[in-house]
Ligand binder design. Sequence first.
Ligand SMILES: Nc1ncnc2c1ncn2[C@@H]1O[C@H](COP(=O)(O)OP(=O)(O)OP(=O)(O)O)[C@@H](O)[C@H]1O
Ligand SMILES: [Mg+2]
Length: 344
Amino acid sequence: METEMLSLFKDLSVFDPDVIPDQLLFREKEIEELVRLFAPLQFGFNPASNAVIYGQPSVGKTSVARKILKIFQEEAASKVATCYVNLAVKRTSAEVAAEIYFQVTKHLSRRRVSKCLDATFKTLKNNEQNLLIVFDDFNAFSGGDINTLLQTLLRPAESRFQGVHVRVVLVSSGDDYFLKNRVRSSFEPVEFEFKDYNEDQKFEILKKRCIQGFSRFVILDKLIREVAERATDLRHALAILYYVGGIVNKKITKKDIDTAFNMVKGTPRKNESHLSELETFLFSKIKESTTAISTGELHRYYKKEKGDITIQGIGKSLKKLKMLGIVDYRFVSGRGRTRVWFKT
Ligand SMILES: Nc1ncnc2c1ncn2[C@@H]1O[C@H](COP(=O)(O)OP(=O)(O)OP(=O)(O)O)[C@@H](O)[C@H]1O
Ligand SMILES: [Mg+2]
């Protein structure tokens, strides 16, 4: 690699979104509380609760969750096995179970979900270990009923694996109603809402990255502040700084920042928890209705209250709501078979 080209960097990994920074500014309190919550696992006890972290994109949810796992790996590996699964990537409960099995045992498995989890619990029991799992991007899971999986996971103590305790951190992007709708009360988590950083906090985070990542003093605070304000979120801001560091080999100017913003667009990641206007409309109609409501009726409501739309358009949005697990349908017979929708 041309060293001249990347001469501005002291440490490229500082701008890598997948690297957990040493210090997660403004999240110290949450980290401390989460570690305290799960601390009993290392002494062979079952912590009182599971946890949920939710909030908008780029507010440090994944970073904090991974940091917690790292702390347990570093300080209590012999007592607590850890596991990170991104549910936006895994397509089925079987894949999730196989991934947990793999991370705990380092072996591959193609067994059924229950067999796979049993084998995982057996290993944990033999090793006298408890298990802490992070399910990231849980709101994007479309692979079936997460409740069943969670219930099987959280219940080893009731079976022959007594003494093995499993705790879960669910990470969800977006509002909390997903959780309320998708994970039934049996989960009873401690909730951590991660609020977005304010402009000053974003600036502090980015400034720290610049000090760690750039080889010398190459960017003025004023410009870092501008990046913080203009970027769609922290991830975008870091991508801008990384880009600018790659095209400049002297002091960074306002013009360089403008170029970077032209080249690197913020990609607000598609976030299933942010329903479109149509999806929100349909969901609220289904939610408010005391009886199940047909596709045709929903179509008529929309046309009356909002405007023209095809029935196919309605159908597509209903399918998405079903995929998210917040509505379901059954068939009723009338004139032919009619699909009627209800809230799960
Ligand atoms: N408190 C912080 N201190 C330092 N860097 C942070 C902090 N919070 C977030 N970041 C950085 O911002 C980027 C996005 O953070 P992260 O991936 O943890 O967000 P997220 O809340 O999981 O977002 P999403 O909902 O999109 O998955 C990462 O590069 C991360 O290192
Ligand atoms: Mg994340």
